[in-house]
Write a protein that binds this ligand. Structure first.
Ligand code: GDP
Length: 420
C-alpha cells in the first residue's frame, strides 16, 4: 500500500478514550458524587423547656449562629417553629431543618403539651404520603420534612425525669428517633451525672419509653454504636462564646473559676439504614438520611484554664465530626482499600508469573534431559554402525584380496592347460 492509502486508512480508525473507571468498583464513587451534587437533607426536632439550651446547642453543633430569637416564658400554648438553612462545608451541601418547640413547659397545665408535637410529626408524614400518592410523583426533588431525629432536652436536676418529659417521650417514641440529652451538663458533677444517667435510664425502661438505639447489627459502625448506646442519655454542653485558649479561639463557657471547653460534637453520617420508627414506605426508596448522634467524651482540660475538680474534669461534651470530615474519612478509607486490593493483585500476579516460570523451567529441564538421552542413544548407535561398517569394509577388502588371488590362480591354470 502507498503512504497515501495507509494515511487514509489511519484516518478512518475511530479511537476511543476511556472516561474514568468502568465497572462496578466505581459505584461507591458514583454514590458519593451523586449525594454531593444533590446535597443532603436533615431534619432535627428539639424538644425541651424554654431556656434549657436548645438553640445554643444547635448553634454549637453546626458551628453557626442561626439567630434564633429568645422565646418568652408566657406562651399560652406550645407551637412548633421550623426553620430551614442551607449549610455548606467544603463541597458538601446540607439542607438542615431545625424544628423548635416554642413555649414547651411554660403553661400551668402541661397535660396536652405533647399534642402539638405529635400533630406536627403526623402532618409531615401525611405530606410525604400525599406526595407519594400523586400520579406524577416527584419524590426525587421533594423536600422531605419528616423528622429524622428528636433531641429531647432533660433538665440537669440530678433527681429524676419530670412527668412532662415521660409523657412527651412516651407519645413520641413510636413516631421518631428520640435521643435524650442532659442539657447544661456543666452544671452537674461527674458522680451526680453518673447517678442521674442510671436513674433516667431506669425510669425510661420502667415507663416503656423507647429511645433511639444505635444499630449494633450494622458491622461498619457496630463498635461506635455500642459505645454510643453505653453513653445514653448524652450529657451536653453548648456555648456560642469564643474564648481564647492558648493561642486559639474556641467555643467555650468561661466562668470565674475557669473555662469549659467542649470537644465538639455530633456524629452525622449518611446511610441507607432506616429506623423502624420511620414510616416503612420510605425504606423502599432507600433514602439517604442522616442519623445524628450526640456523644460523650471526656473533656480535655484546656491549657491555661483553671481546673476545678467539680466542673472541668467532669463535664462531658459533644463530639462533632463534620459531614465533610466523615465523607473525607470514608473516601480515604475506600481509596486505601482500593490501593490495598491493587497491591494484592500485583503481588498475586507476580506470584503467578513466578509459578508459571518455575513450571516452564521444569518442562525445559525435562526436555533437555530427554534430548541428551536421545543424543546419547544416537551417538551409541552411530558408533555401533561405524564398527559394523569397518568390519564390513575389512570383509570387502579380504574378499577382494581373495577374489584377486583366485583370479590369478584361475588364469594360471588356464594358461597351463593351453600350453599343455
Ligand atoms: P432555648 O430557649 O432552649 O433555645 O435556650 P437557649 O439556647 O436560648 O439558652 C438559654 C440560656 O442557657 C442562655 O443564657 C445560654 O447561654 C445558656 N446555656 C445554653 N447552653 C448551656 C450549657 O450547656 N451550659 C450552661 N451552663 N448554660 C447554657
Amino acid at each position: 500500500a502507498t503512504d497515501d492509502a495507509r494515511g487514509g486508512k489511519r484516518e478512518s480508525i475511530r479511537s476511543l478514550t476511556m472516561c474514568g473507571h468502568v465497572g462496578f468498583e466505581s459505584l461507591p464513587d458514583q454514590l458519593v458524587n451523586r449525594s454531593i451534587q444533590q446535597g443532603f437533607c436533615f431534619n432535627i426536632l428539639c424538644v425541651g423547656e424554654t431556656g434549657i439550651g436548645k438553640s445554643t446547642l444547635i448553634n454549637t453543633l453546626f458551628n453557626t449562629n442561626f439567630e434564633e430569637h429568645e422565646c418568652s416564658h408566657f406562651c399560652p400554648d406550645v407551637k412548633l417553629k421550623a426553620q430551614t438553612y442551607e449549610l455548606q462545608e467544603s463541597n458538601v451541601r446540607l439542607k438542615l431543618t431545625i424544628v423548635n418547640t416554642v413555649g414547651f413547659g411554660d403553661q400551668v397545665n402541661k397535660e396536652e403539651s405533647y399534642q402539638p408535637i405529635v400533630d406536627y410529626i403526623n402532618a409531615q408524614f401525611e405530606a410525604y404520603l400525599q406526595e407519594e400518592l400523586k400520579i406524577k410523583r416527584s419524590l426525587f426533588n421533594y423536600h422531605d420534612s419528616c423528622i429524622h431525629v428528636c433531641l429531647y432536652f432533660i433538665t440537669p436536676t440530678g433527681h429524676s425525669l419530670k412527668t412532662l418529659d415521660l409523657l412527651t417521650m412516651k407519645n413520641l417514641d413510636s413516631k421518631v428517633n428520640i435521643i435524650p440529652v442532659i442539657a447544661k451538663a456543666d452544671t452537674i458533677s461527674k458522680s451526680e451525672l453518673q447517678t442521674f444517667k442510671v436513674k433516667l435510664m431506669s425510669e425510661l425502661v420502667s415507663n416503656g419509653v423507647q429511645i433511639y438505639q444505635f444499630p449494633a447489627d450494622d458491622e461498619t459502625i457496630a463498635k461506635i454504636s455500642a459505645t454510643m448506646n453505653e453513653h445514653l442519655p448524652f450529657a451536653v454542653v453548648g456555648s456560642m462564646d469564643e474564648v481564647k485558649v492558648g493561642n486559639k479561639m474556641v467555643k467555650a463557657r468561661q466562668y470565674p473559676w475557669g473555662i469549659v471547653q467542649g470537644k465538639r460534637v455530633v456524629l452525622l453520617w449518611a446511610d441507607g439504614f432506616l429506623s423502624p420508627s420511620l414510616p416503612t414506605c420510605k425504606a423502599e426508596y432507600q433514602w439517604l438520611f442522616f442519623r445524628i448522634a450526640v456523644g460523650n467524651r471526656e473533656l480535655e482540660a484546656s491549657p491555661g484554664s483553671v481546673t476545678s475538680s467539680r466542673y472541668f474534669t467532669n463535664v462531658k461534651s459533644l463530639h462533632f465530626t463534620s459531614l465533610q470530615e466523615t465523607y473525607e474519612a470514608k473516601r480515604h478509607e475506600f481509596h486505601g482499600e482500593r490501593q490495598r486490593k491493587e497491591e494484592e493483585m500485583k503481588q498475586m500476579f507476580v506470584q503467578r508469573v513466578k509459578e508459571k516460570e518455575a513450571i516452564l523451567k521444569e518442562a525445559e529441564r525435562e526436555l533437555q534431559a530427554k534430548f541428551e538421552h536421545l543424543k546419547r542413544i544416537h551417538q551409541e548407535e552411530r558408533i555401533k554402525l561405524e564398527e559394523k561398517r569397518r568390519v564390513l569394509e575389512e570383509e570387502i577388502i579380504a574378499f577382494s584380496k581373495k577374489k584377486a588371488a583366485s583370479d590369478i590362480l584361475q588364469n594360471q591354470s588356464f594358461l597351463a592347460s593351453g600350453i599343455g
